[in-house]
Design a protein around this ligand. Structure first.
Ligand SMILES: [Mg+2]
Length: 267
């Protein structure tokens, strides 16, 4: 069994990003599954933490297995999971306009909110939930702007501008957030990375007292977000941020920068 690098061996828990770290679009990143295997073999826990709001945790688990990465559902924290926890404590019993996938609608319902399906109810919505998905359309945006303009609280899964995909970058949730903020004058709360809620839930799932390493491909969401809650972050160059961006980065420096997850974790 492969040994861990001395950097990785310093940590007792691992928080791993997915997009740009384990895969890009439908393509698995070479060596990533072996790196996760080696981490598991060392007997230490890990949590997968993703800002991708499209998929339910069970779908993410399936996708991980299809790429040769063993995972259980309690190890997967999506921004939908973070959204559900955030809304549940604050907006139980409220009415929501949801711009998001079926999985996100389910998270909002599980948090105890009613999801508005009747246009007449849109101006009286309490909350607008923004979570990018490929089928986003003009009706979605109109309902979101109308509810926000009428005073609903706007909660987003994140502000990521772009997401890597097979064919190049695609717009992230941040674009939808900017659209709704610009049109309505409202200001959104973002609950996913780099915000503290996502990291707190990931840390609770890890359940270790010792040092934790976060690995991601984005300096802002992953490295900056982790540093803000006292977690060391390491950057992999298989996604959005480049080595040049890391050199020019004026936030908390990553504890490591590696070509890919294998190079970061495998000695
Ligand atoms: Mg990523």
């Amino acid at each position: 069994m492969a040994e861990l690098t001395s950097l990785a061996a310093r940590y007792e828990g691992l928080i791993l990003d997915l997009d740009g770290c384990l895969w890009v679009g439908g393509r698995a990143i070479t060596g990533a599954a072996e790196a996760v295997d080696a981490w598991r073999a060392s007997g230490r826990p890990l949590v997968f933490l993703t800002n991708d709001p499209r998929s339910a945790p069970e779908d993410v688990v399936q996708r991980l297995w299809s790429h040769g990465v063993k995972a259980s559902q309690d190890e997967v924290v999506t921004s939908g999971v973070v959204m559900q926890e955030y809304l549940g404590g604050r907006f139980d019993g409220c009415d929501a306009v949801v711009v998001g996938s079926e999985a996100m609608v389910r998270h909002v319902r599980l948090a105890g909110l009613r999801v508005i399906a009747d246009e007449k109810l849109v101006p009286s919505a309490d909350v607008v939930v923004l979570a990018g998905y490929p089928e986003v359309n003009y009706t979605d945006l109109t309902w979101a702007v109308r509810a926000a303009y009428s005073g609903a609280t706007v909660v987003a899964t994140g502000r990521d501008r772009i997401v890597p995909s097979d064919d190049g970058v695609i717009p992230g949730t941040g674009g939808i957030v900017a659209y709704v903020e610009y049109c309505s004058g409202a200001e959104a709360v973002a609950v996913g990375k780099p915000g503290p809620d996502a990291w707190r839930i990931a840390q609770e799932r890890l359940g270790v007292d010792g040092p934790v390493l976060a690995v991601g491909d984005r300096l802002d969401s992953d490295i900056g977000g982790a540093a803000a809650v006292g977690i060391d972050g390491a950057l992999v160059l298989t996604g959005v941020s480049t080595r040049e961006m890391a050199d020019a980065w004026d936030g908390a420096a990553p504890v490591g920068v590696a070509d890919d997850l294998g190079a970061l974790l495998l000695a």
